[in-house]
Design a protein around this ligand. Structure first.
Ligand code: KG4
Ligand code: ZN
Length: 357
């Protein structure tokens, strides 16, 4: 236990509070001793960032300051419980926007000090991994798990509920970032993932062929900047500046072809990892895990391999605090604690519990 750790909560205190503020969602959740969700509140900032076409760190940080305490209060109000019922506070400490992370970490520390309950540090990407298994009584490990979001595209060998070993990651753009950028190129709005997903449903994925960056045969890393550039050239010519107008069907077909290329790469790497580790399940979490085609193809992969499928429930794909409280609860049971000197980190630093670099 770190120096300055807070005292253990006693009595009938049975709730775990999760706090999430790593990017553009201010979120809090309360779980009971068995991991059941008692209340969960997510306040998205999407409307604040939309006109900028992406998350503006300064605006995100300020909005977290404004909304964090009301979100925490609303979570307790919905649960009909009080802060004195807390057994522990789990908070996202890394990776993410530093100004945003600090709001959650400061709130968690202030509450821990005032209430005398322990603090549990949680890695955001590890929390996305957890979201795939939340509420599953006996998860099938080892699991080949993909976390694909706006900030991350990472493959994990999940050895146990709290031991996730990183096996691959993107060397440039994250998958969700590629969806967002392609939507911007096509003038479809922000965030692009859900819009491209919807447009692709009425599109013909075979009409255009965008590159699949699979890299070396044994590589488990990703690269999405080439696909994004190919879409840019397709729409605006080789200098990326042309102003060709695409009719609506072509926009749908580009969305479908782009999505198919991204999903092909994600599934190929997930399949390689599953084979390599003898996975007993295939898991997918993170914002991009909401994508219909990715969910479908992950299901096919699990079926082909004869293993279980663990897709994060849709409400836990994008950022939320249930996944933070959920992983925090398991780490708490293992004795993981942080002191009041707990700090936030924009990039993941070791040793982060449940996150082996
Ligand atoms: O997990 P998340 O809320 O935030 C990060 O940790 O980054 O993920 C947000 C990302 C955005 O890039 C968004 O466009 C993408 O997830 N996304 C999707 C879909 N829904 C959200 N991408 C593809 N298809 C979707 N249906
Ligand atoms: Zn996330």
């Amino acid at each position: 236990m770190d120096a300055g750790a807070t005292a253990e909560g006693g009595g009938h205190a049975d709730l775990i509070l999760g706090i999430e503020s790593s990017c553009d969602e201010t979120a809090a959740a309360l779980l009971d001793r068995d991991g059941r969700v008692v209340a969960s509140v997510v306040r998205s900032q999407i409307d604040l960032h939309r006109s900028f076409g992406g998350v503006v760190p300064e605006i995100a940080g300020r909005s977290h300051v404004e909304h964090m305490l009301p979100v925490v209060e609303e979570t307790f109000a919905r649960a009909g419980r009080k802060p004195s019922d807390l057994a522990a506070i789990a908070v996202t400490v890394q990776p993410g926007l530093i100004g945003s992370l600090l709001v959650g970490v400061s709130t968690a520390k202030a509450m821990a000090l005032a209430l005398g309950v322990p603090l549990v540090p949680v890695d955001h990407v590890a929390a996305h991994v957890h979201s795939c298994f939340h509420g599953v009584a006996e998860p099938e490990f080892p699991s080949a798990c993909l976390v694909a979001s706006g900030g991350h595209s990472t493959l994990f060998e999940v050895v146990s509920p709290t031991k996730h070993v990183k096996r691959g990651e993107t060397i440039d753009d994250a998958a969700g970032e590629a969806f967002d950028k392609v939507a911007a190129i096509l003038g479809l709005g922000y965030p692009g993932g859900p819009i491209v997903d919807r447009m692709a449903q009425a599109g013909d994925a075979r009409r255009f062929k965008f590159p699949r960056s699979l890299m070396a045969k044994e590589s488990l890393d990703f690269s999405f900047s080439g696909i994004k550039t190919a879409v840019l050239y397709h729409c605006r010519g080789q200098d990326g500046r042309g102003k060709r107008t695409l009719d609506e069907q072509e926009v749908r077909d580009v969305c479908a072809a782009f999505q198919e290329a991204v999903v092909d790469v994600l599934i190929e790497k997930l399949s390689r990892l599953a084979a390599r580790i003898g996975a007993r399940s295939i898991a997918v979490g993170g914002g991009v895990a909401a994508n219909r085609r990715l969910r479908e193809r992950a299901g096919q992969l699990a079926q082909e391999r004869g293993v279980a499928l663990r897709l994060a429930p849709r409400e836990l794909t994008t950022d939320n605090a249930v996944m933070v409280a959920g992983l925090g609860r398991l780490l708490f049971a293992e004795g993981v604690r942080a002191g009041l000197d707990l700090d936030a980190h924009a990039r993941a630093v070791a040793p982060a519990p449940s996150h082996s670099p």
